[in-house]
Design a protein around this ligand. Structure first.
Ligand code: NAD
Length: 271
């Protein structure tokens, strides 16, 4: 399996990385450092996670050069709008201690605002300070609305996906538009790790349930960013390149879908 996915602009994005939502600043430096030292190349943070400074510090302590890494951050809802998006981006870069990010995402589709935010993001992209730009939590209709004013199509849509929320119609649409799909809460926030079907498949492959779910994402062409702050689990989650789920395993996992959202619905959120 290829370790990277080519985005629409030719940039190679790692298919696997570390998410750091709800990772306290005290834990973030070590988690990022351990992950990079274990072989992770993609780190996913956001302004609202309040740990960009520690993510930057973890990167510096890892000993791996900046060019080998792929760093994502996101524009928070309160900062949406043309001017404010520019300011928020500058602030994120400063906190990270970097002179560019690899991917900058609109965190949520704030109604009436995201088209203006996107204009600022296109300028950030054209300036070279974000190597790719994209969106998060966008349904198909949000992307269609964005495209009424956009010059550049989003390169990534990061949305909630796990075996109990497989989002097949959205994934099909994104594939048809050449927009890469990235899963947030890929392990269902740890709530689906005792699912009997997943446990049975894990047993067959002598792998953990977390590893089976991560492998299901990768084999479904979904970029995956599981979160952990424990060094052993950080290593375990990366150890997924030495086995393969069969077509039957894949079908069985697909069939666990019950459209179960653990986070907000992009059509109905108030934060
Ligand atoms: P996740 O699905 O990655 O689950 C993480 C939890 O699973 C951990 O807290 C731990 O309890 C458990 N876990 C992880 N590895 C394990 C292992 N090997 N064995 C047993 N348990 C294990 O949850 P998440 O943090 O919600 O999502 C991952 C990342 O996605 C976030 O950190 C963040 O970067 C991103 N995210 C983005 C959005 C968005 O709106 N764009 C929203 C939520 C999350």
């Amino acid at each position: 399996m290829e370790k990277t996915k080519k985005l629409a602009n030719g940039l190679e994005m790692p298919r696997f990385g570390l998410g750091v939502w709800r990772v306290d600043p005290e834990d973030a430096i070590n988690s990022v450092k351990w992950a990079i030292q274990a072989g992770y190349r993609l780190i996913d943070t956001a302004a609202i996670y309040k740990n960009e400074a520690e993510v930057g510090e973890g990167i510096r302590q890892s000993g791996v050069s900046r060019e080998e890494l792929f760093i994502t951050t996101k524009l928070w809802n309160a900062d949406q709008g043309y001017e404010t998006a520019h300011q928020a981006f500058d602030e994120s870069l400063k906190k990270l201690g970097l002179d560019y990010v690899d991917l900058y995402l609109i965190h949520w589709p704030v109604p009436g605002k995201f088209n203006d935010s996107w204009k600022a993001m296109e300028e950030v992209y054209e300036s070279g300070r974000a190597k790719a730009i994209g969106v998060s939590n966008f349904h198909q209709h949000h992307i269609e609305e964005l495209m009424t004013t956009a010059k550049i199509k989003p390169m990534v849509d990061q949305v909630e996906i796990h075996p109990t929320l497989t989002q097949e119609p959205l994934r099909k649409y994104l594939a048809s538009e050449n927009i890469a799909v990235e899963a947030w809460s890929p392990l269902g926030q740890g709530k689906i790790l005792s699912n009997p079907t997943l446990m049975k498949i894990a047993e067959t492959h002598q792998k953990s349930v977390a590893q089976v779910i991560i492998r299901w994402h990768l084999q479904s062409d979904i970029i995956v960013i599981p979160k952990s702050v424990h060094e052993n689990r950080i290593k375990e989650n990366f150890d997924v390149f030495d086995f393969e789920l069969s077509p039957d395993d894949m079908k069985e996992i697909d069939s666990l879908n019950i459209n179960e959202r653990l986070g907000g619905d992009p059509d109905n959120f108030n934060f």
